[in-house]
Design a protein around this ligand. Structure first.
Ligand SMILES: C[S@@+](CC[C@H](N)C(=O)[O-])C[C@H]1O[C@@H](n2cnc3c(N)ncnc32)[C@H](O)[C@@H]1O
Length: 251
C-alpha cells in the first residue's frame, strides 16, 4: 500500500485507473460486477473468516469507529456497504438508529439485524439530501468503483454538522509488525479464505489494497466532497485506519 505524507502540501493526485492497471485489476463496470459477485459468493462465511483473519479485532475496530462518530443518541446513521450487519448491531447498541445499504444481495441476505436495509450502490444513494445524521462504512472504500462519487453522495446525504466514520484496512509502517502483517495478510489469509470460503475472493482481498488512495488523497477527496475537520488515525499499530470528518456548514 502506498503511503503519503499527511502534512500540508500540494494536493496529492491519485490515478486510480493507472494503479488498477499496474496491479492487473479491473475498473469501471467490470470492477462493480466482480465485487458484487465476489461478495455474493463469500456472504455465507464472511463473518467466520473475518473473525479468524483479524483474531476478532475487527469488532473492536468497528466499536472504535462507532465511538468516533460522537453523535447524540437517537441519531439516524447510514451504514454504507453494511454487509452482514456487524456495524449495524454496534450502532444500535450505541443508541443510534441505523439503516444499512449494500450492493450485494448475498450480503444483505446474510444480514439478520432486523434494521431497515436497501440494495444500493454507494455512488447513487436512494436517500434525500441531508436526511442522515451520520454514516459509517467498514472496509469498503477500496471496493467502490467510483470513490469520488461515493464521497460526493456522503456529502449530499449527511446533514450539515453530521459526521462520517470510515474504516479501512491499512499496513503497519515498518519493522516486525510490517513483516508479520505481510505474511499474514498476503499469504495466510488467502489460504484460510480459500479453505473456508472462496479462493479467488480471498486472493483478491490483499490485491485490492492497490485501489486504496493514500491518506493525503483521501483527505483532499473528502474536503472536496464538503467535509471539514478530516481526521485520520491508524488502529492497532496500523492494522486498520479510521477516517472521520464533519459535514461542513453546521447550523
Ligand atoms: C469487506 S465488505 C465489508 C462489509 C461490512 N461493512 C463490514 O464491516 O464487515 C465490503 C462490502 O462493500 C460492499 N460494496 C462494494 N461495492 C459497493 C458499492 N458500490 N455500493 C455499496 N456497497 C458496496 C460489498 O457488497 C461488501 O458487502
Amino acid at each position: 500500500m502506498t503511503r503519503s505524507p499527511t502534512a500540508t502540501g500540494p494536493t496529492p493526485s491519485f490515478d486510480a485507473a493507472a494503479r488498477a492497471a499496474e496491479a492487473d485489476l479491473p475498473t469501471g463496470p467490470a470492477k462493480t460486477e466482480l465485487v458484487r459477485s465476489m461478495f455474493d459468493a463469500i456472504a455465507p462465511r464472511y463473518d467466520l473468516v473475518n473473525r479468524l483473519m483479524t483474531f476478532g479485532l475487527d469488532i473492536r475496530w468497528r466499536r472504535q469507529s462507532t465511538r468516533a462518530l460522537g453523535l447524540p443518541a437517537g441519531s439516524r446513521v447510514l451504514d454504507l456497504a453494511c454487509g452482514t450487519g456487524d456495524f449495524v448491531t454496534i450502532l444500535r447498541d450505541g443508541g443510534y438508529r441505523p439503516i444499512g445499504m449494500d450492493l450485494s444481495w448475498g450480503m444483505l441476505a446474510a444480514n439478520h439485524t432486523g434494521a431497515p436495509l436497501a440494495q444500493a450502490n454507494g455512488a447513487a444513494l436512494p436517500l434525500a439530501t441531508g436526511s442522515v445524521d451520520g454514516v459509517t462504512c467498514g472496509y469498503a472504500l477500496r471496493n467502490f468503483t467510483e470513490l469520488s462519487a461515493v464521497f460526493a453522495e456522503l456529502g449530499r446525504v449527511v446533514r450539515p454538522g453530521g459526521r462520517i466514520s470510515l474504516l479501512e484496512v491499512a499496513e503497519p509502517e515498518g519493522g516486525l509488525m510490517l513483516v508479520g502483517h505481510q505474511i499474514w495478510f498476503r499469504r495466510v489469509v488467502p489460504l484460510i479464505g480459500g479453505l473456508l470460503s472462496d479462493r479467488a475472493a480471498y486472493r483478491y482481498l490483499p490485491r485490492s489494497t492497490a485501489y486504496l488512495p493514500p491518506t493525503a488523497a483521501l483527505r483532499s477527496m473528502l474536503t472536496e466532497a464538503g467535509f471539514s475537520t478530516v481526521n485520520h488515525r491508524l488502529l492497532s499499530g496500523g492494522l486498520s485506519q479510521l477516517l472521520t470528518a464533519t459535514r461542513a456548514g453546521a447550523r
